[in-house]
Write a new protein. Sequence first.
Length: 306
Amino acid sequence: MANNKAKYLSHQPLLWISLKMSHYSHFIYYYFLISFYFLYFVRGSRGIPSNNPINIIQHKFFPMDKIACLFFLLVCGHEAFSQFNDSTHRRFSFASTGTVNQTEDASSFVSNNLISYEVNQKKLNFNTAAGWVYGQQQKKLSNNDFSAVANLNYLKDVKRLYYWGLFFFDKSYSLKVNYRFQAGAGIAYSVLNKPDLNLSLSDGFVYESSDLIDPAIGKDVYQTVRNSFRLKFHWAYKDILVFDAAEFYQPSLASFKDYLLKSNNNLSIRLNKWLAINASVAYNKISRTERENLLITYGLKVEKYF
């Protein structure tokens, strides 16, 4: 059998070369990627616009046309990375993103940090996450927001129609929330359910207990029941380019003028199995306090499947 295989490969030189090269594909890929960076990105930079260090760095190391070329190499040169399968049931991730603005007249920064842990079985999916957003503007506090969530999905990977449960807690300086707790359950429907493309719609009811700062009456402690509608979307290209979105609309059953809007969107470009460049856009609105915030941040994400 081995002799027949060797004889066959001897008559197929291109196939033999490709098989040999596949054993060293990672080394070859990174060699050409690093070589391309130093030859084209660094040595190829000319005409630095000024002596400003920021301009030098941006022009020499981060010009947009060259970043586009690097992005093309990353997307086209890699092979697929880890995801859930028959032997992989857990996922851990940590993302730290932010933005900084410094001028002669103003300064601001925002740091957005999120840690999550997920367990995925055939019939049961459980995931938890905790996030902290901290920011300042003109050396004054603008954000000090903490949130924690636990989600339970039953029959998600077995049937299109499945069940979910939710526990959520947050406190937010920017939204004037001293504390807010939600717990509820409902049903969800998978419109698309593929490893690289997923779209689901869910609806249910959550009980909420909150302590807010109302702009008119001050401290506002109340309880209500909300309808919770969620649209969730996931798209991946070879597990290298990944986009995730989750949109929530939660009106109170007592008054539809009392509603919550939440939007979380993330775009990741994987550099290897555990590291990715991450950009996120988060929007929150609480009609009861007439407060809203929008965060656009970018940074790094560490992710491990096991």
